[in-house]
Design a protein around this ligand. Structure first.
Ligand code: SF4
Length: 58
């Protein structure tokens, strides 16, 4: 399982960056990027995204 960000939907609002308790999300070139080594898959960023750009993927 991993967190995936749909680059087409991400608008770079940074809402996910604010909620991630592990500092696993950063904005690179105006798009959210996940550091999988830091992500603990709590899923907090999924509902935080106003554009539904974040989801789990097997
Ligand atoms: S699932 Fe949790 S730890 Fe992983 S990027 Fe999202 S908020 Fe951060």
């Amino acid at each position: 399982m991993k967190i995936v960000i749909d680059k087409k939907k991400c608008c770079g609002s940074g809402e996910c960056v604010k909620v991630c308790p592990h500092s696993a999300l950063t904005l690179v070139g105006g798009k959210a990027v996940v550091d999988e080594a830091r992500c603990d898959l709590d899923g907090l960023c999924i509902p935080a995204c106003p554009h539904g750009a974040i989801h789990f993927e097997e």
